[in-house]
Design a protein around this ligand. Structure first.
Ligand code: KIV
Ligand code: ZN
Length: 417
């Protein structure tokens, strides 16, 4: 592969004495699932109404309190799905449905029609702000782009006040400077401040400012720098809930989300198993279970991970890869003999010592915590050693082979494998 130097490297932002590298994650963020919108729009066959309803209930069962259900002004199907959720009484009182709309008048009006009758709603509006999009898609300068956002904000505020007066609906606002990851950071701050001003955001009524890594542009530390810079420079920080929405173009969506939490983000938008445009969105299951293994309650329940995977695969017709963290078929399988031996010793140690901790080499989580069996943890192939064969014999049929017999038995199994 010849390197022609045709790519423009990401320009690091200037941040002094960054704080995030010394932080740890100590509490769960606010989670928002965008499976039914960002995930759905990226499917070869988008979900129909029955699939979306089934998926919605699964998300509710997992504990999501904020769920982006679609883009109701984008198509009749999207509109119908939202109406079915509302009219069919599918939305629990403590769950907020979020709807996405571009900052464009006719689309905003249609969105307000679509949410009629819902109890708690987030109106999520966006326009694209990056250098590249301004140059080649919109042909506008920073003022022109700010104007789109502010006009949209003004109309949304007006329609909200009318709707609240009519029905008492609980409406909150979310603004995304789409393509934030490729936007000059001071412009991102400025456009968000202009939107906050227009919305009258306050500590009591904060706006969600969602800062998407619409396209991953560099290593995850640079996204963390962007988030920390934003949090430190935005005026009236307490009047905003800072949200992140990483995509996975460089394969580091999960890392971006985790480092963004260190950098001050309050909220994460993502999808189950990382479904989404191109290489996907950040995988919420992985981030949540990573927290769980650090004794931080993720406040989402993925304890029946294989049931959730089944619903996901049936509704989206996507496949969760075998090596996907936590959920992949092979996530808790060791083929190598030395790994098998260490795992077997770990289980034995756990049993004999009565330790209160999870101390099994090669297994960062107890598979039983997510209702995965420990029996298939060890599988045998031609690379496996004597320990693995003995373990399987012990755990499947209860024969505890004397240690002296392990090599002989292991060789028999190896030959057969
Ligand atoms: O990835 C993105 O930028 C989005 C926005 C619409 C929030 O999905
Ligand atoms: Zn997205």
């Amino acid at each position: 592969m010849q390197q022609e130097k045709k790519y423009i490297p990401f320009e690091q932002i200037k941040i002094t004495d960054r704080q995030w590298p010394d932080k740890t994650i100590t509490k769960a963020p606010v989670w928002c699932s965008v499976d039914l919108r960002d995930g759905n729009q990226a499917l070869v066959t988008p979900m129909g109404i029955p699939e979306k309803i089934r998926f919605f209930h699964t998300l509710v069962d997992c504990g999501f309190k904020e769920i982006e259900v679609g883009f109701p002004s984008a198509s009749e199907t999207e509109y119908e799905i939202l109406r079915t959720l509302i009219e069919g009484g599918h939305i629990p009182d403590d769950v907020t449905v979020q709807v996405l709309v571009q900052a464009r008048e006719e689309l905003i009006r249609k969105t307000f029609e679509a949410v009629r009758g819902a109890k708690n709603v987030v109106i999520h509006f966006y326009n694209s702000t990056s250098t590249l999009q301004r140059k080649i898609v919109f042909g506008k300068d920073m003022d022109g782009i700010t104007d789109i956002a502010v006009q949209g904000a003004r109309l949304i505020r007006q329609l909200t006040e009318e709707e609240v007066a009519r029905s008492g609906m609980n409406i909150r606002y979310e603004y995304s400077p789409e393509s934030f990851s490729g936007t000059e950071i001071d412009f991102s701050v400025a456009i968000c401040e202009a939107v906050m001003q227009e919305m009258g955001s306050s500590k009591e009524n904060p706006i969600i400012l969602n800062l998407p890594s619409t396209v991953e542009m560099c290593t995850p530390n640079t996204y963390a720098d962007q988030i920390e810079y934003f949090c430190r420079h935005i005026k009236n920080r307490e009047a905003a809930i800072v949200s992140v929405h990483p995509h996975n173009d460089r394969g580091t969506g999960v890392a971006c989300a985790e480092l963004a939490l260190l950098a001050g983000a309050d909220r994460i938008e993502g999808t189950l198993f990382g479904n989404g445009e191109r290489t996907g969105n950040l995988d919420i299951v992985t981030v949540a279970l990573n927290m769980f293994t650090q004794n931080v309650d993720p406040e989402l329940d993925f304890s029946h991970i294989l049931d959730i995977k089944k619903v996901y695969e049936e509704c989206t017709r996507m496949h969760v890869p075998e090596r996907q963290p936590y959920a992949g078929e092979l996530a808790f399988t060791a083929f190598s003999g030395s790994h098998q031996d260490a795992i077997r010793k770990g289980y034995e140690y756990m049993k004999n010592s009565g330790t209160e901790y999870w101390e099994v080499p090669y297994l960062p989580i107890n598979p039983a915590d997510i209702h995965r069996e420990y029996e298939p943890v060890i599988r045998i192939n031609s690379q496996s050693g004597k320990g693995g064969a003995a373990f399987v014999l012990q755990h499947t049929v209860g024969y505890n082979l004397p240690k002296e017999m392990h090599p002989e038995f292991g060789n028999i199994v190896k030959a057969a494998a």
